[in-house]
Design a protein around this ligand. Structure first.
Ligand code: IPD
Length: 263
């Protein structure tokens, strides 16, 4: 078994168990534990508990690896592999009971920095629908037994997912940007979980996704899904996905979207 396949097996098992735990906690009732960057940016007790579970399981399976998680921070490892984890992506959906949230786990090689890492394995699991999207470097992107491929955009334009993040200062420019996107869009979706937006692009359910301000744990696994499904990814002009921007689409539609974003 290759390293990437081995890491994918570990991520898959842990994401399933972590998702089941989060789902159970959701059914028991959700409490907001704290706010983070803004009043709308919340963390629930379940986010913390689920990340602690994932972190402990990873440490048991692969003790020398690094860890980079949304709720408990970063720890360098010795193997060159770092796990990038969002225990509950779509926390606001989770808190409101909207069934669009996911456990996102990626294993990356190299410095734990979106500008230079190489993603080896990634899993995005929505415990409510039971859908588990997975990809390993060179091994394709999969949903169950179905190999995923990005869509081709028809004459009606792209079905485009986006998000607005929690920083109020970015909302006016984001809306202005959206007004430039609408003419190339069949329609727009704001689902509320970046990892699921990216998984949807990989699965051809969405033609494209873009968003500024997301964190590495929001897009590490989803970006690998898109790449392995034959999609194109970008960030700041000419760069890789990062805090400044994440764009994901099929090869033909990518430059069309990138041009109107004009960021
Ligand atoms: C958020 C979601 C959302 C995106 C935000 C992210 P969280 O992640 O992915 O769709 O718009 O930028 O922070 O806070 O729910 O893990």
């Amino acid at each position: 078994m290759t390293l990437a396949a081995d890491l994918l097996d570990i991520a898959t098992r842990i994401a399933r168990d972590a998702g089941a735990l989060a789902h159970r906690r959701r059914q028991e009732g959700v409490t907001v534990a704290a706010t983070k960057s803004a009043a709308a940016d919340i963390v629930t007790a379940a986010d913390r508990e689920v990340e602690a579970y994932i972190r402990a399981e990873l440490a048991r399976e692969r003790p020398g690896d690094g860890f980079f998680g949304e709720e408990s921070g970063a720890e360098e490892g010795e193997t060159g592999i770092t796990w990038v984890v969002d225990p509950i992506d779509g926390t606001v959906n989770y808190a409101y009971g909207i069934p669009a949230w996911a456990v996102s786990i990626a294993a990356v090689e190299g410095p734990p920095d979106t500008a230079s890492w190489t993603a080896l394995a990634g899993v995005v699991f929505n415990p409510v629908t039971g859908e588990l999207f997975r990809a390993s470097r060179g091994g394709g992107a999969w949903l169950g037994g179905q190999r995923l491929a990005v869509s081709e955009v028809g004459p009606a334009g792209g079905l485009i997912a986006t998000g607005f993040g929690y920083d109020p200062a970015t909302h006016a420019p984001a809306l202005e940007q959206l007004s430039r996107v609408m003419p190339i869009a069949r329609d727009v979706r704001r689902i509320g979980a970046a990892s699921l937006d990216l998984a949807s692009v990989a699965a051809g359910r969405m033609d494209a996704y873009y968003e500024r301000g997301t964190h590495p744990w929001d897009h590490a696994a989803g970006a690998l899904l898109v790449a392995e499904a034959g999609g194109t990814l970008g960030g700041a002009p000419g760069g890789r996905p990062g805090r400044g921007m994440v764009i994901a689409a099929g090869a033909e539609f990518f430059p069309v979207l990138e041009a109107v974003l004009d960021y």
